[in-house]
Write a protein that binds this ligand. Structure first.
Ligand code: CTP
Length: 490
C-alpha cells in the first residue's frame, strides 16, 4: 500500500509483515513521483488509443480513399465509419501514390481532398496514404480496431484480419468520382496514321480522365476504316480538314515525311498536337512550327515519353545536383529491335539524344557518327558521339546486331546506371564514391509512358500553357539540329 507525500517526487509505502507471529508495520519512502507516474501511464494509454472515455475503451476506426471531387458516397462512408467507433482516422492518398498506382485521373489537389474530408466533421484525425503496404503499418501505429472500406474492395483487405477487424460497407449507388469526372469537359483526340496498328494511344488514353479518342484519319481509306473498327472509335476519314473539325487534340503518328505538314495544318486550326519524333529533320521548320503553336496559343508536344517518367526526372534532378559529381560521360546503348518493338533509326536516336540533352544541356560542340554498314549497304551498327566542353555523350545503336541496352552516367564521384530498357524505366542505381553500397531508386509506373505524357498535356491545356516544360522548344530544336547532322553524315 502506498500514498503520495505532500513533498511530491516521493511515495511513502506502509508495509505490513509478520514477525514472531506478530504483525509489524514498516514505512518505506521511495523517490517516486506518483502523480508523474500516473500521468505517464495515462499518456501511454492515450498514445495507444486506449483512453478511457466514460469508463470504456475507445474503438478506433480507420478508412482510406482518394476522395476526389468529394461526393455523397464519400460523405456516407465517412459517416458510417465514424458511427462504428469512437475515433475515426481517415487516410487520404497522396498525389505520388496515386500516380504510382496508375491512377492519373485525380483532379483535386491533396490539400483540397483533405479539406473536404475535414469539413464533414467525421474525421478525428487525417493522415496521408503514401505507399502500398502503408495500411498494415498504420493499423499497428495507430492501434486500430476496425478498418472500414467500400464494397468495391470486398475481399481485398481480408489479409489484414489478423491485425484488426475489417468491414466492407455497401457503396452508395450511382455516384463515383469517375462518373463525375466523365461529366466534366472531355477533350476529343484524333489519330493521324498510315497503318492499322495502335501504339498504345487508344489504350493509354483511357487512364487519363477528360480524354476520349474519337476518330482516325489516314490517306488510305482502308487503313482508316480498319483502325476505326479495330479500336472501336466513333469515326474515320480521309479528308484532313474535315477530320480536324470536331477535335481538340491531334496525335500524328504517320510517316515522318508528312508530319510537318499535318502538324502545321492542325496548329493553324488551333489544335493541340502530339507528334511522333522526329517531327522534322529541318530545325528551321521546327522553329516555325513552335512559333505557330505559340501564335495560336496551343502546345506542340513531341512524343518523347522518357521525359515524363518519374524515374528519369529524378535521375536528371540528382545528376544536376551532383550526386556523382561533375558529369564526364553519358553512354546510351540501345538495340533498335528492342526499342518499343523496333522503331525506325531516327526515332530510336531521338530518345537517346533527348536523354543526352536533358543530362548535358543544349550547348554541344560537335556531333559525329560512325555508322557500320553491311555488304548490302544496310546499317548494322552506329556509335554516335556528341562532344560537350567538359563531357562526352556516346550513343550506341545496334540496328541489326544486339547491343546491351543501358544508360550510364559517369561522374567525377561515381556512376549512375539505368539497366535494360532505360527509355521506359522505373529504376536506376548509383554507385557513389566513398559509399559502400549501391543506392537504388525505384518507381512504380504503368504502361508505355504515354499516359504520363497525356496527363501532362491535360495540365498544359488546363493552365493554358504555350510551351511544353518537360522538353522545351529550344531543346527540341537542338535535337533536330543534331539529328540533321547525324542524318547527313550517316
Ligand atoms: N465509396 C462509396 N460509395 C461510392 C463511392 C465511393 O462508399 N459511391 C467509398 C469507396 O468504396 C472507398 C471510399 O468511398 O471506400 C473512397 O473512395 P474513392 O476511391 O476515393 O471514391 P470513388 O468515387 O470510388 O473514386 P473513383 O471513381 O476514382 O474510383
Amino acid at each position: 500500500m502506498g500514498c503520495p507525500l505532500n513533498g511530491k517526487s516521493k511515495a511513502e509505502f506502509m508495509i505490513l509483515h509478520s514477525k514472531d507471529k506478530q504483525w509489524k508495520v514498516k514505512f518505506v519512502i521511495l523517490d517516486y513521483d506518483v502523480e508523474a507516474v500516473i500521468k505517464e501511464m495515462m499518456d501511454n494509454l492515450k498514445a495507444k488509443g486506449r483512453t478511457e472515455r466514460a469508463g470504456r475503451i475507445m474503438k478506433r476506426v480507420i478508412t482510406y480513399g482518394t476522395f476526389d471531387l468529394f461526393h455523397q458516397g464519400h460523405y456516407n462512408i465517412l459517416k458510417r465509419a465514424r458511427e462504428l467507433g469512437d475515433y475515426l482516422i481517415v487516410g487520404v492518398t497522396s498525389e505520388s501514390y496515386d500516380i504510382e498506382r496508375g491512377k492519373l485521373n485525380v483532379q483535386d489537389s491533396l490539400l483540397k481532398r483533405i479539406e473536404n474530408v475535414r469539413k464533414t466533421g467525421f474525421a478525428d484525425e487525417i493522415i496521408v496514404e503514401e505507399y502500398q503496404g502503408q495500411k498494415l503499418s498504420d493499423i499497428t501505429k495507430y492501434n486500430i480496431d476496425l478498418l472500414v472500406v467500400g464494397s468495391d474492395w470486398r475481399g481485398k483487405f481480408d489479409y489484414l484480419k489478423n491485425y484488426c477487424q475489417v468491414v466492407y460497407l455497401e457503396r452508395t449507388k450511382n455516384i463515383s468520382s469517375t462518373k463525375l469526372r466523365s461529366e466534366g469537359t472531355i477533350f476529343s483526340v484524333g489519330i493521324v496514321t498510315d497503318d492499322t496498328e495502335d501504339n498504345g494511344m487508344v489504350m493509354e488514353s483511357k487512364f487519363v480522365s477528360g480524354l476520349h479518342v474519337e476518330s482516325v484519319y489516314s490517306e488510305d481509306i482502308f487503313v482508316a476504316r480498319e483502325f476505326c473498327d479495330r479500336y472501336e472509335l466513333d469515326s474515320y476519314g480521309t479528308d484532313y480538314e474535315r477530320f480536324l473539325g470536331g477535335l481538340d487534340i491531334i496525335y500524328i503518328k504517320s510517316a515522318q515525311k508528312n508530319r510537318a505538314d499535318y502538324i502545321r495544318r492542325a496548329l493553324e486550326r488551333g489544335k493541340y498536337v502530339i507528334s511522333d519524333t522526329p517531327m522534322t529533320l529541318n530545325p528551321e521548320e521546327m522553329e516555325e512550327l513552335f512559333a505557330l503553336a505559340k501564335e495560336h496559343r496551343v502546345v506542340l508536344v513531341e512524343k518523347l515519353t522518357l521525359v515524363y517518367l518519374r524515374a528519369f526526372t529524378q535521375l536528371v534532378w540528382l545528376t544536376h545536383g551532383a550526386l556523382v559529381g561533375d558529369v564526364v560521360a553519358v553512354k546510351c546503348a540501345v538495340s533498335q529491335d528492342d526499342f518499343e518493338g523496333g522503331k525506325n533509326f531516327n526515332e530510336t536516336v531521338s530518345q537517346a539524344l533527348c536523354a543526352c540533352i536533358k543530362l548535358l544541356g543544349k550547348d554541344y560542340l560537335e556531333v559525329n557518327t560512325n555508322a557500320v554498314k553491311g555488304s548490302d549497304g544496310e546499317f548494322i551498327y552506329d556509335m554516335i558521339t556528341v562532344k560537350y566542353p567538359r563531357a562526352l555523350a556516346t550513343i550506341e545503336i545496334g540496328t541489326t546486331v544486339d547491343v546491351e541496352n543501358e544508360l550510364v552516367i559517369i561522374g567525377s564521384k561515381g556512376r549512375i546506371t539505368v539497366p535494360n530498357d532505360w527509355w521506359n524505366t522505373g529504376y536506376f542505381e548509383a554507385k557513389v564514391e566513398g559509399q559502400e553500397f549501391l543506392k537504388r531508386y525505384s518507381f512504380n509506373f504503368e504502361g508505355n509512358g504515354l499516359r504520363y505524357l497525356l496527363q501532362e498535356l491535360m495540365i498544359m491545356i488546363r493552365d493554358r500553357r504555350t510551351e511544353c516544360t518537360r522538353f522545351f522548344y529550344e531543346e527540341s530544336e537542338t535535337l533536330a539540329e543534331l539529328l540533321k547532322t547525324i542524318d547527313q553524315r550517316g
